[in-house]
Design a binder for this molecule. Structure first.
Ligand SMILES: NC(=O)c1ccc[n+]([C@@H]2O[C@H](COP(=O)([O-])OP(=O)(O)OC[C@H]3O[C@@H](n4cnc5c(N)ncnc54)[C@H](OP(=O)(O)O)[C@@H]3O)[C@@H](O)[C@H]2O)c1
Length: 340
């Protein structure tokens, strides 16, 4: 059914009542946002859950200026209205999008340049699981760290949403992914996805294992979501001219850093967040993804790993699952599924 502006004023969406645990998430009524210049309004069928949403809920990752207070960074659904000068899509197009907030809702607005078509053969849940990790991994691995065919890449947290995407994308472009994981089940899942080596960080030293695998050379690229004492160890695990991309600091600030290693190995250590980047920067990533990765999705060569799907009202359960660390791959909410 076509959306008629003004025909429905409110939508269900998730609010963060106050910073805290999963119980502070509540499903409440909000005004349906109106698409502004060059924006589209999407009826959200599925929304991905990401670790940054947990940080936002705890009060450590506020939305950037102008972004919705409603959590949720990625969605898939149908376009139901166009803002002024929005020309890329038509009402009725099935799409997925990277959003700066507002994804945990029945409707969400986004600049048309941050929207991508639903890859052929993908359902809405699979499509909603793409944007946040594919944009993040693409920009960090390929644009910033310049990962090349036949190079080795150490991916910390191989079974995470980010990690599973990094395994798939690095393999698809001919690189050799090695990962760290916390359990045997996760080790097996990462090997099945294409990791050449999966190191259990609870029982093995990743520096030693990486050195063994690379005949003492070290890895060309490291993707780190952990921080803390991993930073110094990443420098040890890196090869000459190694590039280290810091995209998370789950274990806090770096400790006892040997900067001499950075000099002698000619290392480059860089970091970034995706959410705070401008619409134009995200549009540029979207364009590259559409040209270079969307064909692989259409051909069935890449598919996100979906762990569990929850109704919108169950966002608290989805967050609790993510914080338990039991998941492998992505957790998704389905606002289109009616509450019971
Ligand atoms: N900078 C950006 O633009 C950006 C964008 C998106 C996400 N991120 C960051 O990327 C990270 C992953 O996000 P996600 O949504 O994919 O979350 P997720 O699926 O919940 O993954 C978290 C992962 O951290 C791993 N981990 C925890 N401690 C570890 C350790 N000591 N060594 C190795 N791995 C460890 C866990 O693995 P085990 O269960 O095996 O311990 C788990 O796989 C988060 O830190 C998030 O903030 C950054």
């Amino acid at each position: 059914m076509a959306f008629k502006p003004g025909s429905q004023q409110t939508m269900r969406a998730i609010s963060i009542r106050s910073p805290g645990g999963p119980e502070v998430l509540a499903c409440t009524f909000h005004p349906i946002p109106l698409p502004q210049d060059e924006e589209v309004l999407i009826k959200v069928e599925a929304a991905g859950v990401n670790r940054p949403d947990i940080l936002q809920r705890r009060g450590f990752y506020p939305p950037p200026p102008g972004a919705s207070e409603i959590p949720g960074l990625e969605i898939a659904g149908e376009i139901v209205a166009l803002g002024e000068n929005s020309e890329r899509f038509r009402v009725g197009n099935r799409v997925c999008a990277l959003v700066a907030g507002g994804g945990y809702a029945e409707y969400c607005v986004v600049h048309e340049s941050n929207v991508l078509p639903l890859p052929e053969g993908f359902n809405m849940v699979e499509a909603a699981a793409l944007p946040e990790t594919f944009f993040t991994v693409w920009t960090n691995l390929f644009q910033r760290a310049q990962l090349k065919c036949k190079e080795t890449v150490l991916i910390h947290g191989g079974s995470s949403g980010i990690g599973t995407t990094a395994i798939m994308l690095s393999s698809a472009f001919g690189a050799i992914p090695l990962v760290t994981v916390g359990t045997e089940e996760k080790r097996q899942a990462c090997i099945a996805l294409g990791a050449h080596l999966a190191i259990n960080y609870r029982t093995q030293d990743f520096v030693g294992e990486v050195k063994k695998f690379t005949d003492g050379k070290g890895v060309d690229v490291v993707v780190d979501i952990v921080g803390g004492d991993y930073v110094a160890r990443n420098y040890k695990a890196a090869a000459l001219n190694g590039r280290i991309v810091q995209i998370g600091v789950q274990n806090g600030p770096a400790k006892e850093l040997n900067l001499m290693l950075m000099l002698t190995k000619q290392l480059t250590h860089m970091g970034s967040t995706l959410r705070s980047r401008s619409v134009a920067e995200k549009a540029q990533i979207a364009q590259e993804l559409e040209q270079q990765v969307w064909p692989l999705l259409r051909q069935g060569k890449l598919r996100p790993l979906i762990f569990e799907v929850f109704k919108l009202e169950e966002a608290d359960r989805a967050h609790a699952l993510m914080e338990s660390g039991k998941h492998i791959g992505k957790i998704v909410l389905k606002p289109s599924q009616p509450a019971t």
